[in-house]
Design a protein around this ligand. Structure first.
Ligand code: UTP
Length: 225
């Protein structure tokens, strides 16, 4: 299978720890035996910290986005290092480059591409570009909830959702650098148009990638419409 995985930066780096990089590297090397893998890594807290400093200096939102992209690429480099020889040694700067590097047969790891969206959107565009069989979004919660499960105890998870329903939920959210929360609109529009099978799972356990690929029903499935 050709698989695109987006991993939130806040999953990979917690308090500057390195363990998650190693855990993910093991799982990815394992999956590489039978699959073609493309990873898109987020910026997490480090990106938000840099963006806040730049914004306080007076930078524009798109400058802040660009700074965020730099951080996602730093995180991509760390994951490449953790994977070792099984990963292509450079971070692709765009989709055509990702495709080109993939002819090496190695795991491709990239970060952001251009301002005004999140790495979730990058993952959806990449999935369409390379014709992925599946897109897995590894996030910090078990799936998509009707409200923030970290703030509301009675939040309920959607096991299945359609892109249009997601757009309704997310249209009320803010669009600013560093705050493209949980699947921005670009990402959902891309899923809608490309009809790529997309699954949101808890990325705190990298083995969830293996479970999804085996067909276990975990997380939230975004159904085509
Ligand atoms: P992320 O995708 O990591 O955003 O990109 P996030 O929502 O903070 O994700 P987590 O916390 O890692 O899960 C970090 C920032 O980089 C900019 C945006 O400002 C984004 O909020 N960015 C990233 C872009 O502008 N374009 C991209 O292609 C990627």
């Amino acid at each position: 299978m050709r698989i695109v995985v987006t991993i939130g930066g806040s999953i990979l780096i917690k308090d500057h720890g390195h363990e998650k990089f190693k855990d993910y590297a093991e799982v990815l090397k394992n999956l590489k035996a039978k699959n073609e893998l493309f990873l898109v890594v987020g910026g997490g807290k480090t990106a938000r910290e840099y963006i806040e400093i730049a914004r306080n200096i007076g930078a524009s939102e798109s400058f802040c986005d660009d700074l965020g992209i730099d951080v996602t690429r730093l995180n991509a480099k760390l994951l490449i290092m953790a994977i070792g020889d099984a990963a292509y040694p450079s971070v692709p700067l765009n989709f055509a480059e990702a495709m080109k590097f993939s002819t090496s047969g190695r795991i491709i790891v990239m970060g952001g591409t251009e301002p005004a969206h999140s790495t979730d959107a990058v993952g959806t565009i990449l999935a369409e570009f390379v014709g992925a069989d599946i897109l897995i979004n590894a996030t910090s919660v078990d799936g998509l909830y009707d409200r923030d499960p970290e703030k509301f105890e009675d939040a309920t998870i959607f096991r299945e959702v359609r892109p249009t329903e997601m757009m309704e939920i997310l249209s009320k959210k803010e669009i600013k650098a560093g705050t493209y929360e949980f699947f921005d609109l670009t990402a959902i529009q891309m899923i809608k148009r490309s009809r790529i099978k997309t699954i949101i799972v808890n990325g705190n356990d990298p083995k969830n990638l293996i479970r999804v690929i085996k067909g276990e029903k975990i997380g939230t499935i975004i159904l085509p419409e």
